[in-house]
Write a protein that binds this ligand. Structure first.
Ligand code: SF4
Length: 368
């Protein structure tokens, strides 16, 4: 049976240098990346062979996937090319400005690019351990636009220690001089085991709420749609199709060390150790480390957790499909959610308190 609309994620675990807040599975790039290139393409061939997959999205993330050569990406995209493939994204980092041939990446088949800018303030970039300046970020964005990319996403971060509302405003104004088609704006998360996480400093909760509101007001005023707690698009057609598939619980296949996959209620993930991953794939052994079957209760909780984070909301009929009922009036009475037919739609504040709403709603679930 063919699987239409499946998302494909390729994890490249290499960066020029580790950022001070980052807990993703990535290491400094080794001199020779050929082992990883072979392992990624081999795993992809194995996974395509499992059954006929018609991918709708291709997302090269990491890490810094632009560190691998365009020819490698052209080969991988060629393997999954089909008429359903609509969004083909690669993440990049302004720190690699001189080393990357963006025209070749476009020719390889990418039609969307996501640039990790994080801030236009050089002191904050240093604090985050980023390897680029604000000027390099601007130069990267301009170069990418010149090469003909028409769908550019930018990552921004807020809630940094010592960051004022004025600092954040200046980051947003700089972003707006460029008007990318998509903006992902994340509050800093302090991850244990990272230099910033271990230091434990960030803006206060109240300051983070003020920054979230400032971001919302400034971006929506310029025509951006706030469609997920951290995501803004310059019109519906620029919503991230790939990320939406995670939020809509459609199947996805993850290739690479620590990559996750989801299909038929089964969630599985690969080995995170880079040498163990490479060795497993190259020796013809599955790199899958473990898997779990979601129970109906897990699935209903997931629908709540994901639904309150985005403007599509929680679909009550889906909750019923999993064998549960939820009295909408109990959630609507929080004042953060409106009911539209079978949907519970969070407002801007509701999306910010999505975790709280999901916990309240999970407690109110009744078996049918
Ligand atoms: S560039 Fe991205 S993936 Fe790499 S260390 Fe920095 S935040 Fe992590």
């Amino acid at each position: 049976m063919a699987n239409d609309g499946v998302g494909l994620y390729i994890h490249v675990p290499f960066c020029v240098k580790k950022c001070s807040y980052c807990s993703f599975n990535s290491v400094c790039i080794p001199e020779d990346t050929s082992g990883m290139c072979t392992a990624l393409s081999t795993e992809l061939i194995q996974r395509i062979d499992e059954q006929e997959m018609k991918f709708q999205t291709f997302y090269a993330g990491g890490g810094t996937p632009t560190l691998l050569p365009p020819e490698f990406w052209m080969r991988l995209i060629g393997m999954v090319q089909n008429p359903n493939l609509r969004e083909v994204t690669i993440e990049t980092n302004p720190a690699v400005l001189d080393a990357i041939d963006y025209s070749s990446l476009r020719l390889a088949g990418f039609n969307r690019i996501s640039v990790g800018v994080q801030s236009f303030n050089d002191s904050n970039l240093q604090l985050l351990g980023r390897r680029h300046t604000s000027q390099e970020a601007m130069d990267t964005l301009n170069l990418i636009r010149k090469t003909g990319f028409k769908n550019i996403s930018m990552d921004l971060m807020y809630g940094l220690p010592g960051q004022s509302l004025e600092d954040q405003k200046s980051d947003i104004l700089n972003t707006l001089t460029f008007m990318p088609q998509h903006i992902s704006a994340y509050e800093l998360t302090l991850e244990a085991g990272t230099p910033m996480g271990d230091k434990g400093e960030k803006a206060s909760e109240d300051q983070c709420v003020d920054m979230y509101n400032q971001l919302h007001d400034m971006l929506t005023e310029k025509g951006y749609i706030h469609y997920e707690v951290s995501s803004y698009a310059l019109g519906d057609k620029y919503r991230s199709l790939h990320n939406s598939s995670y939020w809509n619980r459609t199947p996805y296949v993850g290739i690479g060390p620590s990559a996750h996959s989801f299909k038929n209620k089964k969630r599985s993930w690969n080995l995170s150790s880079i040498p163990e991953y490479e060795s497993a794939v190259l020796n013809g052994v599955t790199p899958e480390e473990s898997a779990e079957e979601l129970t109906a209760e897990n699935a209903a909780h997931e629908v709540l957790a994901l639904g309150f984070r985005n403007v599509n909301g929680v679909d009550l009929s889906l909750i019923e499909e999993f064998g549960f009922q939820l009295d909408p009036s109990d959630i609507v009475s929080t004042g953060l959610v409106t009911r539209k037919g079978n949907l519970l739609i969070p407002d801007e504040k509701g999306m910010l308190f999505a975790d709280h709403l999901a916990l309240v709603a999970a407690d109110l679930l009744k078996g049918v």
